[in-house]
Design a protein. Structure first.
Length: 125
């Protein structure tokens, strides 16, 4: 069943154990709080929020929750992200620690601003 793409975010979250579901719901609620106009969907088989383009996605794995895309090249986030494993455009929040809500809010705020600026530069409001 896990290999079948979920039809929506609720179905995606329901596939995981209750402790992971709680973390996923926390990530989801935090994103909604910061970007209430974002539309949630499933893209690339993972939950994605769309606001003037793809805003942010998240996914559960064996040992972490991945957030995509994570800020790249920003000095503002360098220190905060240092505590987490990260790839080229992802940050990994371990399942055995609380989700860093403040950091997640900052990431979503940054991404929202970038998407808005990109949208305005293309003439799309």
């Amino acid at each position: 069943m896990k290999n079948v793409t979920a039809g929506n975010v609720d179905e995606y979250i329901a596939r995981y154990p209750s402790d992971v579901q709680a973390l996923l719901e926390h990530v989801r609620a935090t994103i909604k709080e910061v970007a209430p106009d974002a539309i949630e969907t499933i893209k690339y088989a993972i939950p994605t929020f769309v606001l003037n383009g793809n805003l942010i996605s998240f996914a559960a794995y064996k040992n972490h929750i991945g957030i995509y895309p994570a800020p790249a090249g920003g000095k503002a986030f360098e220190k905060q992200l240092a505590a987490y494993r990260k790839g080229k455009s992802t940050v990994q929040f371990p399942l055995d620690r609380p989700i860093p809500t403040s950091l997640l809010k900052q990431i979503v705020t940054l991404r929202s601003g970038k998407n808005l600026r990109k949208s305005k530069s293309r003439g799309k409001y």
